[in-house]
Design a protein around this ligand. Structure first.
Ligand SMILES: N[C@@H](CCC(=O)N[C@@H](CS)C(=O)NCC(=O)O)C(=O)O
Length: 220
């Protein structure tokens, strides 16, 4: 383990959270040992005053590294990349780096916020379940169409070549959720679908999957 001897990292996570899933992949790639602390988003653990002391936004993931508390998957991943530089999560080439930032941002701010639990619950309660599904499908379709166009000419085995970089940490959980949670057909997005196949062969990605987490239900 890259952090043996140091105080164990703590990750506040929920098995099905795509945001926490990104960080679990980063921790695995960096070979970091950590304590998994489940926050049950369905039961409302994210609103618990003790948890809100850690993350006032009431969301997962949150990472505790000794006295340092970091919220937001992007900030956590960048922190880990700076503290544990190997393997690097950003390419040297500045164009490729920009593509990684762009893919990350499409998922982080263009797709996930629209399918977040709080949002879809609100739509379901105020309007109905059909509208909720249409809303999520629209956000994913728009985001995946943009990602497909962004990556079609630069993808290799993975999003921006054969190495694993930041974009992959955001794509894998987003595609996994789109397929398994929202039943999105990946046929219109062959580049994304091909990357997803490759991720599923990598142990760091396999071990970070929602269904492998200690708080996942035994039957999904
Ligand atoms: N930008 C934040 C978003 C965090 C976020 O929205 N997390 C979701 C799970 S993926 C959550 O905790 N939702 C709780 C809720 O909606 O009540 C990040 O990337 O960490």
């Amino acid at each position: 383990m890259a952090n043996s001897g140091a105080e164990k990292l703590k990750l506040y996570s929920y098995w099905r959270s795509s945001c926490a899933h990104r960080v679990r992949i980063a921790l695995a790639l960096k070979g970091l040992d950590y304590e998994y602390i489940p926050v049950n988003l369905i039961k409302g653990d994210q609103f618990d005053p003790d948890f809100k002391q850690i993350n006032p936004m009431g969301t997962v993931p949150a990472l505790v590294d000794g006295d340092v508390v970091i919220n937001d998957s992007f900030a956590i991943i960048m922190y880990l990349d700076e503290k544990y530089p190997e393997p690097p999560l950003l390419p040297r080439d500045i164009h490729k780096r920009a593509v990684n930032y762009q893919a990350m941002s499409i998922v982080l701010s263009g797709i996930q916020p629209h399918q977040n639990l709080a949002v879809i619950r609100y739509i379901e309660e105020k309007i109905n379940a059909e509208e909720k599904t249409a809303w999520v499908n629209n956000a994913i379709t728009k985001g995946f169409t943009a990602l497909e166009k962004l990556l079609v000419n630069c993808a290799g085995k993975h999003a921006t070549g054969d190495e694993i970089y930041l974009a992959d940490l955001f794509l894998a959980p987003q595609i996994h959720g789109a397929i398994n949670r929202f039943q999105i057909n990946m046929e219109p997005y062959p580049t994304l679908a091909k990357c997803y196949e490759s991720y599923n062969e990598l142990p760091s990605f396999q071990n970070a999957l929602p269904e492998k987490q200690p708080d996942a239900p035994s039957t999904i």
